[in-house]
Design a protein around this ligand. Structure first.
Ligand SMILES: [Cu+2]
Length: 111
């Protein structure tokens, strides 16, 4: 129980820190990343270690999440037009892209 409270407190502190650092460059702090036509949002995205969910906007062109660099190599997503894909990320900086659309890139900083 005590450890659960500590995790909760850390999470609240993380959210508070994010709210005070809104970036004009369009970065964000969401564990849900939207795959849209033809960009990922938010990017760069700064999140705590754990699960990130990519959610395809509907209607969507076909997009995929293909990992480029990072401390681990999660499985790539399939090319999807709807639905979600999840990956579990350890601390470090990850880059990824959609192999179909040139310039559809993303960065996730996992703290
Ligand atoms: Cu794409």
């Amino acid at each position: 129980m005590r450890s659960q409270l500590l995790v909760l407190a850390a999470g609240v502190a993380f959210v508070a820190a994010c709210k005070s650092s809104t970036s004009p460059s369009g970065g964000g702090h969401s564990t849900t990343i939207s795959a849209e036509n033809n960009f990922f949002s938010p990017t760069p995205d700064t999140i705590p270690a754990g699960q990130v969910t990519f959610s395809w906007a509907t209607p969507s062109n076909g997009h995929n999440v293909t990992w480029l660099t990072g401390p681990t190599t999660p499985a790539n997503s399939q090319t999807l037009t709807s639905g979600t894909y999840q990956a579990t990320l350890q601390a470090g900086t990850y880059t990824y892209h959609c192999t179909i659309h040139t310039g559809m890139n993303g960065t996730i900083v996992v703290q």
